[in-house]
Design a protein around this ligand. Structure first.
Ligand SMILES: NC(=O)c1ccc[n+]([C@@H]2O[C@H](COP(=O)([O-])OP(=O)(O)OC[C@H]3O[C@@H](n4cnc5c(N)ncnc54)[C@H](OP(=O)(O)O)[C@@H]3O)[C@@H](O)[C@H]2O)c1
Length: 240
């Protein structure tokens, strides 16, 4: 899809990959809606973008707020061309001891968040002759079994399944669902993860690996929006 003047929603846009992605789409001429919980951070990002944007503070586990986000985009711009489901969090701990409440919380965010957003945006995209694009941000760990992050990885395995199925179901409506797989990326994602009382022993997941920069990942997400493959990601395996 050509990105100039397109209406793009980025969730988790207050920092990390989402912030960089909002910046990349704005630089490409898109009008960007920034969603996350931290209103102040979102406004700071918005002020630094080259193009038009709209801040919509949203807790992605709150279904009403997610519907309000899509409605805000529709009210302001009359359409939604691209939805990027990026907001996410990890839970760290072995399967044997990971806190089930942490697991429940990341399922709410990593799975129900994208589900709510897709269910809210599909009627909007269906009504557009040009349809739309939904990019679900998964992870390279959804193709691996890494000790200490099984709970998190499983939310992304599930997101893949939801996305692949939605891709087939929504194709007749010209809605293209793309799964994007970042690898280890230089953000505060690890620091922001929920830690169980019995953390995994040994070195933390990802230690010793060289992370990708957020701009490299954002550029690849931009490529996904432009070329619309079913799947795209950062190279695997992660480089030492
Ligand atoms: N970094 C990596 O190595 C890596 C690798 C593979 C995949 N990923 C995936 O890439 C995505 C972005 O990760 P990141 O590295 O950029 O993480 P990050 O730096 O921790 O940023 C996470 C973003 O999600 C938002 N968020 C968290 N809880 C939210 C909620 N309840 N409602 C709305 N927004 C919420 C945060 O904003 P607020 O706190 O302001 O709400 C923040 O903007 C995630 O889906 C992650 O699973 C990351």
């Amino acid at each position: 899809m050509e990105l100039k003047d397109k209406i793009v929603i980025v969730t988790g846009a207050s920092m990390g990959i989402g912030e960089a992605t909002a910046r990349a789409f704005s630089a490409a001429g898109a009008k960007v809606l920034l969603a996350a919980r931290s209103a102040e951070k979102l406004h700071a990002v918005a002020r630094s973008l080259p193009g038009e944007s709209l801040v919509v503070p949203t807790d992605m586990i709150n279904r009403d707020q997610v519907y309000a986000l899509i409605a805000a985009a529709h009210t302001k711009f009359g359409r939604v061309d691209i939805l990027i489901n990026n907001a996410g969090q990890s839970a760290i701990g072995p399967v044997a001891t990971v806190d089930p409440e942490h697991y429940r919380r990341i399922i709410e965010l990593n799975l129900f968040g994208p589900l709510y957003a897709m269910q809210a945006v599909v009627p909007v995209m269906k009504a557009q002759p040009e349809g739309g694009v939904i990019i679900n941000i998964s992870s390279n760990v959804s193709k691996m079994a890494i000790p200490g992050i099984g709970a998190y990885a499983s939310t992304k395995y599930a997101l893949n399944g939801l996305s692949f199925t939605a891709r087939g179901e929504l194709a007749p409506d010209n809605i293209r669902v793309i799964v994007f797989y970042p690898g280890l990326t230089a953000t505060d994602f690890g620091k922001n993860g929920l830690r169980s009382a019995n953390p995994v022993g040994g070195r933390p997941p990802g230690s010793g690996m060289v992370p990708d920069s957020v701009t490299a990942v954002a550029d690849k997400i931009l490529e996904a929006a432009r070329t619309e493959p079913a799947e795209l990601g950062m190279p695997m395996p992660m480089r030492p």
